[in-house]
Design a protein around this ligand. Structure first.
Ligand SMILES: O=C(O)CCC(=O)C(=O)O
Length: 257
C-alpha cells in the first residue's frame, strides 16, 4: 500500500527518533490506526481502504495523517478548479518594521480577520461552499471524527490557501497558536490541512527538545492537528532540494474574534 511505504522507509525511523524522547513525559507513539483500537472486522476492512496514522498522539492531542483522503481524480479536479477560478495574492510580511515579500502566495476566506507573524488577512465572509466540501467529507467519516474526538467540525470558519509554486516556496517553523484561535488555545485547537498538487515535506519539531521529523505530503493527503498539538510542536514546509511544481494547501481553522 502506497501510504504504508511512505511511513515504513527511513521516515519511520526519523519519526521514531522524534517520538522516542517524547515517550518519557507522555505516551507519544506512531500508531497504525486500527491495530490498537479494538475495532470490528468491518471497521478494519474500511480502515484498510483509507489508512490513517496518528503520527503523534497523547491523551491531550496529536497529529492525524490520512494519505489519499481524496483520490487522484478528485484531487486533480479540485486543484484545477483552484488554479482556474481562484486568484492568490502576493503578500508582504512586516519583520522588525520592514516589509519583505512572503515566500508563497496566499488566499484567505473567513468571517474574521486573521493575523500572524506580521501579516493580517482581512475577513471576507463565510467560506465559499466549494471549500466547505472538505469539512463535510470529514464530518461524514466517523472513523476520523472518532479519532479526533470531534463529531462536528462545521465550527471551522476560515480557510487559508497557500500556494507553493516551486521548490523555493516555503513556510517557516511556527505553531498555529494565536489568541484569536480561542480562549482554550493551549489545549484545544483543531486545524485541518489538505494538500493538492506536487508533494512537499511537512516537518514537525518538538518545542521542548527541538528534535524534528518529516512526512511527505502528496496530492490528496489530509493532516489534522488537534488538542494541544500546537502547544507542544511546531511545523514547517522547508524549501525542497529538487524541482517542484505547484502545490496548493488548504488549511481550515476557527477564528473567534
Ligand atoms: O502547507 C502546509 O501543509 C502547511 C500550512 C500551514 O502550516 C499553515 O498554513 O499554517
Amino acid at each position: 500500500m502506497k501510504g504504508d511505504r511512505r511511513l515504513l522507509g527511513p521516515q519511520t525511523l526519523v519519526l521514531q527518533r522524534l517520538i522516542a524522547p517524547l515517550r518519557r513525559p507522555g505516551p507519544f507513539v506512531v500508531l497504525r490506526c486500527g491495530s490498537l483500537w479494538g475495532l470490528s472486522q468491518f471497521q478494519l476492512r474500511f480502515l484498510s481502504k483509507l489508512p490513517m496514522y496518528k503520527l503523534i498522539s497523547s491523551k491531550k492531542g496529536g497529529l492525524l495523517y490520512i494519505p489519499k483522503f481524496y483520490n487522484k481524480e478528485q484531487s486533480d479536479y479540485y486543484l484545477d478548479y483552484i488554479r482556474i477560478f481562484q486568484n492568490p495574492n502576493k503578500i508582504e510580511q512586516k519583520i522588525k518594521g520592514r516589509l519583505f515579500p512572503l515566500h508563497r502566495k496566499i488566499l484567505y476566506y473567513g468571517e474574521k480577520d486573521y493575523s500572524y507573524s506580521g501579516l493580517t488577512h482581512k475577513a471576507t465572509g463565510k467560506i465559499p461552499k466549494e471549500f466547505m466540501r472538505v469539512l463535510a467529507d470529514i464530518k461524514h467519516n466517523n472513523n476520523i471524527t472518532k479519532l479526533i474526538k470531534t463529531k462536528n467540525i462545521d465550527f471551522l470558519n476560515t480557510v487559508l490557501i497557500n500556494y507553493y509554486e516551486n521548490e523555493n516556496n516555503s513556510l517557516a517553523w511556527h505553531s498555529d497558536d494565536e489568541p484569536e484561535l480561542g480562549p482554550d488555545n493551549e489545549k484545544n485547537i483543531l486545524v485541518v490541512s489538505l494538500s493538492l498538487g506536487d508533494s512537499r515535506e511537512f516537518a514537525i519539531r518538538s518545542k521542548d527538545n527541538k528534535i524534528s521529523s518529516k512526512v511527505l505530503l502528496e496530492n490528496g493527503d489530509l493532516v489534522i492537528m488537534y488538542g494541544n498539538f500546537q502547544k507542544e510542536f511546531e511545523h514547517s514546509i522547508p524549501k525542497a532540494k529538487n524541482k517542484k511544481k505547484l502545490r496548493v494547501n488548504l488549511t481550515y481553522r476557527n477564528i473567534l474574534k
